[in-house]
Structures are given as structure tokens and as C-alpha cells.
Design a protein around this ligand. Structure first.
Ligand code: C5P
Length: 243
């Protein structure tokens, strides 16, 4: 916000998750929010429903795209998917760190090769650590027994060693990830809930202000903004908290 109280600058820390099923609804939100918000997240719901036209739509409003398809497959397949994604000239994409070293390595190589070929800045590649909808007991259920913090920490260290630009993790793990990586390693945190918002299925939540104070480079907010009766007012309230 500027000193006279007007909202003229785009915020670069807030990523709005466009978790909606149609291009028309997505465009309505992007049109409304793009004067304030620089980055929009396109996840599996919207991309599966409408395909790459949503990326072109966001670019047409000068927005940046975080393509959140969380690739997780054999290295060759993930490498090819990352190459296809990089061709859309997006800002950010992600893969699952559980796919392992070779898979993450291949993602980095494919993205950089494609960016060189197209002479563009490579999209930032993030590794998803543990979903913010999961608790310690959910981890145990799938046979991961070393605890949330240790698991996230080791996945982040592995992601960095493979050349990823950062990770997606809960705000609760920011401090331990920072300690084990460095200040340039990006930490993107979903599971962000302002005090006035409902938690839904998110379990490891934190407020926007706390997440940014702990060192999140980007926060991802979906339903508290997009399902609000006034998405613009909701976005302004989130921005006010973090600026
Ligand atoms: O509506 P809400 O604010 O909970 O949306 C969070 C967004 O972040 C969703 O699009 C979800 O897919 C995504 N996300 C997440 N946890 C992760 C990675 C991505 O919630 N670990």
C-alpha cells in the first residue's frame, strides 16, 4: 500500500491459488486482483479442466504463473513434463521431492535446457515437501516415521542438492529449512489462514503475517480469498497484514 493509502503496487509475496473449475471464473478473479497481485497459482483442478488457455489468459493481464501440478513420476516422464511446462514461459513450477534425487535432477536439467533454447529466464523449480493438509499421524500411516520436522528438513536439503530453487512447505518448518539451506533458497508456504478465515482441510496453518515474519518468500492463499464474498477486500486484508 502506498503512503496515501491507495493500492497501486503489485505485491510480490502473495500468490493467489485459482482453485476453481472454469476459465470464466478464473478470468474474473485475475481481472479483479491483477492490479494488486503479481502471481497466480494454477493447480490440477483448473489446468485439468481448461488446459493451457488459462496460462495465456493470466499472461494477458501481465500476471505471472505458478504452475502447481506437483509432478511425481519416473525421471524421464517428469523431465519431459517440466520441459513442456517451461515452454509456456511460466514463472514457477513444482515437483514432488518424494520422487527422489534422479527425478529432481532430471527436472532441473530439462527446465534449464529448454530455457536456454528459448532464451528465457528458467522458471523457478520448487520441491513439494509434505502437504500442509498432513499431520504427523498421516505421515506415520504412510510409513514415514522420523517425524514431520526431520522429514521436511531432509527433503529440503535433498531438493537443494539437486539444484531446485526452493521448496513448498508449511510455515511451521521455515526456520529449520532455512537453517539447513541458505537465505537464497525459496520457501513457498501454503496453509496460510488469516485469523478471520476458516481452516478447511488445512492442518498445519499459520497467519500471513506470521508466515512472512518467519521468512516465507511467498505465501499461497486460496479459499480465504477466492471464496470470499469480496475477493478484492479479502486480498487487501491479507496484503495489509504482510506489508
Ligand atoms: O485454499 P487454500 O488456501 O487452502 O489453498 C492452498 C493451495 O496451496 C491449494 O491450491 C493447494 O493445492 C496448495 N498446496 C497446499 N499444500 C502444499 C502444496 C500446495 O495446500 N504442500
Amino acid at each position: 500500500m502506498t503512503v496515501d493509502g491507495s493500492w497501486t503496487m503489485k505485491n510480490t509475496k502473495l500468490i493467489v491459488a485459482l482453485d476453481i473449475p472454469t476459465l470464466a471464473e478464473a478470468e474474473k478473479l485475475v481481472k479483479l486482483l491483477s492490479p494488486l497481485v503479481a502471481v497466480f497459482k494454477v493447480g490440477s483442478e483448473l489446468f485439468t479442466a481448461v488446459g493451457p488457455s488459462v496460462i495465456q489468459m493470466i499472461h494477458s493481464y501481465h500476471g505471472k504463473v505458478f504452475l502447481d501440478l506437483k509432478f511425481h513420476d519416473i525421471p524421464n516422464t517428469v523431465g519431459s513434463a517440466c520441459e513442456a511446462a517451461a515452454r509456456y514461459k511460466i514463472f514457477m513450477l513444482n515437483v514432488h521431492t518424494f520422487g527422489g534425487k534422479q527425478m529432481m535432477f532430471q527436472a532441473v536439467q530439462s527446465v534449464h535446457k529448454t530455457a536456454e533454447e528459448l532464451k528465457i529466464d528458467p522458471p523457478r523449480i520448487l520441491g513439494v515437501t509434505i502437504l500442509t493438509s498432513m499431520k504427523e499421524t498421516d505421515l506415520k500411516e504412510i510409513g514415514v516415521n522420523q517425524g514431520m520436522e526431520k522429514t521436511v528438513e531432509s527433503l529440503a536439503v535433498l531438493a537443494k542438492a539437486c539444484g531446485l530453487d526452493g521448496v513448498v512447505a508449511s510455515a511451521h518448518e521455515i526456520e529449520s529449512i532455512r537453517n539447513k539451506t541458505d537465505k537464497d533458497f525459496l520457501i513457498v508456504t501454503p496453509g496460510v489462514r488469516p485469523l478471520w478465515a476458516w481452516h478447511g482441510d488445512q492442518k498445519r496453518v499459520m497467519t500471513p503475517k506470521e508466515a512472512v515474519e518467519r521468512g516465507a518468500n511467498f505465501i499461497v492463499v486460496g479459499r480465504p480469498i477466492i471464496q470470499s464474498p469480496s475477493p478484492l477486500e479479502a486480498a487487501k486484508m491479507v496484503l495489509k497484514e504482510i506489508e
